[in-house]
Design a protein around this ligand. Sequence first.
Ligand code: C2E
Ligand code: CA
Ligand code: CA
Ligand code: CA
Length: 279
Amino acid sequence: AKNRGRSFVQFYTPALEGRATRMLMQEQLLRQAVERGEFELHYQPQLHLDSGELAGFEALVRWKHPHRGLVHPDEFIGFAENRGLIAAIDHWALREACRQARAWQDAGYPAVPVAVNLSAQEFRQRDVVQEVSQALTHAGLDARLLHIELTESTLMQSGGQVPDALHALKALGVGLAIDDFGTGYSSLAYLRKHPIDRLKIDRSFICDLPHNPDAAAIVSAIVQMGHSLHLEIVAEGVETLAQRELLQNIGCDMMQGFLVSAPLPCEQAQHWMSQHCHP
Ligand code: C2E
Ligand code: CA
Ligand code: CA
Ligand code: CA
């Protein structure tokens, strides 16, 4: 018992106290950012593989950190989830993406959908359907120009409310995509019950193309099965021309990745459209 007592004391070293304090400060800063909307969306273009035309944008959040500049989501999304702050960030991103999509439409840019990422917490903690419909109304955006990306684990979690929410979102006219497809648990039988429009094949499969035959077989199988369920298939993380060509041969519908463009700040996304889209 004495030994354990001692190790317990040792556990509370100044280093750990420092860590706890830093975590609290980060949480404070993130809460403040949520209250003040200190975030920015970057937009990554998605192209149709057959025509090469712009198919839409995915909106990806960045935190305008007071000391660290623009912080990428991988560095704070997990933390935000743990602290119950992710739904508020999703709420901000949803509104901002709708506002931007409408502004682009008004400015004469191609009327393509913008996709936002919604977390499982957003589905659990909030009335997603009401938030989405209010965001659309507030922005004056056609529901068909909004896509929502959710992961397989969000789909499988939380009994009951996700399927109902998805059907209501579908009824609004919003597009629904499964993100990081192939990394989670869902089977195509399960997918059939949900009004999903689109699968986004996870980057981990794409990055092994074109040379890894297993990855190619998986991607090809996803495309075939997805098509037989009338789903559109998007490949994420496309970085090379060889990947693009293979995906095109396989019959994949769309691609997104550094080969086309990294996610861009709003003005640069506009510039990208004026360079690449010819009416
Ligand atoms: P995701 O939804 O899978 O988004 C794609 C990520 O892959 C983005 O990272 C993007 O910058 C990166 N990416 C795109 N093309 C390529 C490529 O060719 N190669 C490589 N190596 N990476 C590529 P990002 O922006 O850092 O976002 C990371 C994750 O954070 C997202 O993964 C998404 O799960 C989450 N996230 C972003 N914005 C939001 C949001 O508003 N709400 C929620 N809940 N999650 C978000
Ligand atoms: Ca996504
Ligand atoms: Ca993804
Ligand atoms: Ca991801």
